[in-house]
Design a binder for this molecule. Structure first.
Ligand SMILES: Cc1cc2nc3c(=O)[nH]c(=O)nc-3n(C[C@H](O)[C@H](O)[C@H](O)COP(=O)(O)OP(=O)(O)OC[C@H]3O[C@@H](n4cnc5c(N)ncnc54)[C@H](O)[C@@H]3O)c2cc1C
Length: 462
């Protein structure tokens, strides 16, 4: 059963007007069939109303900062969705164009429109714009957080400590795994349900991405496929092969003990509820499970809390806390031994082999190890002429090259480098009171030259 806190009705729902020829699930954030609370809700409504269901996805060519790399990964997933829905007898419509106009057109004869929840500004604007103009019932079902964001905490959390205690207490309440009901029209024949049958050709992710992406300068990552089948396989592999060591090795960039689920989570190709279930059910040590749940639930949902309640999450003066801006301003005139502009950073042309390796890991693989992301961000602050310039280039590079970029986690990770969700530390040049990281720390903690060597080999192979 779907927890009621996941469901938010707009006008007209329930009860429903009695008009309309179908139920429309506007799939946007939760780009999957399995473990999708919004899809489940939409099937339930179609069954109750004895109306056909149509699932619609709109491809917007101008999503902010999205490039070919992102479109390709996403469309791998949409091809999966099309295939899996077809197996369930549910028709799927893919449109390209303006989001709001396309959804309003697709929903013109709908009795009920259901969608999932998204947390970024543009996702919320789309939903508000659709809600304003729709005349039928409209419901948002939140499926991409373990604990629905407003139920977790009613305001911006200052740090993980505050949110952790709230979320962990509620975790069991929201472990509502979805069991998709059988769709009542599944076995309808072509003649009596012609208007509901999906006759569109199979999606070809490569071709469609090349057509849809306005920015084509960043190429797709060859050996890292998107989609819910790939995500499920990755989760299975991680739980069976690496989770047991996560508590000890997750911080080490050499060990590569990580799930690689962030891009799938970003595109909603896997449900966090399903991830938590799989982790809890595994026979890994409890400490390892707790360490992973800290990241995938507490840290990830702290990021959602941040972008949900802080409207300035992508601006220096909104994302960076006042104490951190003050201390960085106090140190604005400090001598900076190294200064690099955006081009040198993008091409990984700094004096620091560890930083260059991290940058290249991101450019080549579309991913970067979590610990190296922190180091990478801190160094950009150290080597930029101003903190504002550092913020801008850090976010731009992150969002350009990371497959999981443009995510609440990305905006929050960048803000964290500038002191968000952190505390003041001992004062030092350039950084003031914000936390500092250095190469000696990498050398002391890890066999970091092995990381550099691995990335160098990757670079040689392209
Ligand atoms: C400067 C900077 C930029 C970042 N940019 C992004 C980004 O664009 N997109 C993104 O998804 N993450 C970002 N992160 C957070 C984190 O680095 C990635 O989520 C993680 O490295 C993804 O790899 P994984 O899935 O193998 O993680 P795992 O270690 O396997 O962790 C499992 C999941 O937990 C969550 N998680 C792990 N670490 C964090 C964290 N620090 N904050 C929030 N959630 C976390 C992610 O959803 C991740 O998939 C950034 C962090 C920093 C410091």
């Amino acid at each position: 059963m779907i927890h009621p806190d996941r469901i938010r009705h707009y006008h007209g729902a329930p009860p429903i007007s009695g008009k309309g020829r179908y139920v429309c699930y506007w799939m946007q954030q939760a780009q999957r069939v399995e473990d999708n609370h919004a899809l489940c809700f939409a099937i339930e409504k179609a069954n109750e109303l004895k109306l056909p269901l149509k699932v619609a996805f709109v491809l917007t060519p101008d999503f902010p900062e999205a490039n070919l790399r992102h479109y390709r990964f996403m469309l791998d997933g949409i091809a999966d969705v099309q295939r899996l829905l077809a197996q369930k007898g549910i028709p799927f419509v893919l449109e390209t164009g303006d989001m709001t106009a396309s959804i309003l057109a697709l929903a013109r004869q709908a009795a009920w429109v259901v969608t999932d929840a998204g947390y970024l500004r543009i996702q919320r604007q789309w939903r508000e714009a659709v809600a304003k103009k729709l005349t039928c019932a409209f419901t948002i079902v939140e499926s991409d957080c373990m604990v629905p964001v407003a139920a977790a905490y009613p305001k911006e959390a200052v740090g993980a400590r505050v949110l952790r205690s709230k979320i962990m207490k509620k975790l069991d309440v929201y472990l509502d795994l979805v069991v998709l009901p059988e769709y009542w029209m599944k076995n309808a024949t072509l003649s009596n349900a012609a208007h509901t049958v999906d006759t569109s050709p199979p999606i070809q992710p490569e071709k469609l991405a090349a057509r849809a992406a306005a920015i084509k300068t960043v190429s797709p990552v060859a050996d890292f496929a998107g989609g819910e089948s790939a995500a499920a396989e990755r989760l299975k592999q991680f739980v069976s092969a690496a989770l047991s060591d996560y508590g000890i090795l997750a911080r080490d960039p050499v060990a590569q003990c990580r799930s690689d689920l962030s891009a799938h989570l970003h595109f909603g190709q896997i449900s966090p509820v399903a991830v938590v279930h799989a982790v809890r059910e595994s026979d890994a040590p409890e400490a390892a499970k707790a360490a992973f749940i800290e990241q995938v639930v507490v840290r990830r949902e702290l990021a959602v809390n941040f972008v949900y309640y802080n409207t300035g999450y992508d601006r220096y003066d909104g994302a960076v806390p006042a104490w951190a801006r003050q201390t960085l301003t106090d140190h604005q005139k400090d001598r900076r031994p190294y200064l690099y502009g955006p081009e040198a950073l993008e091409r990984a042309e700094t004096h620091d082999p560890y930083w260059n390796a991290a940058q290249m890991e991101m450019v080549i693989t579309g991913r970067m190890h979590n610990y190296m992301r922190m180091y990478w961000g801190k160094k950009i602050i150290e080597w930029s002429p101003s903190p504002e310039a550092a913020f801008e280039i850090m976010l731009a590079l992150n969002n350009r090259y990371e497959i999981d970029g443009r995510d609440p986690n990305g905006f929050t990770g960048v803000a964290w480098c500038f002191g968000r969700h952190d505390r003041p530390w001992a004062e030092r040049p350039v950084f003031g009171k914000i936390r500092y990281m250095n190469a000696a720390g990498l050398e002391r903690k890890f066999k970091i030259s092995r990381y550099v060597e691995r990335i160098r080999r990757l670079g040689n192979n392209i």
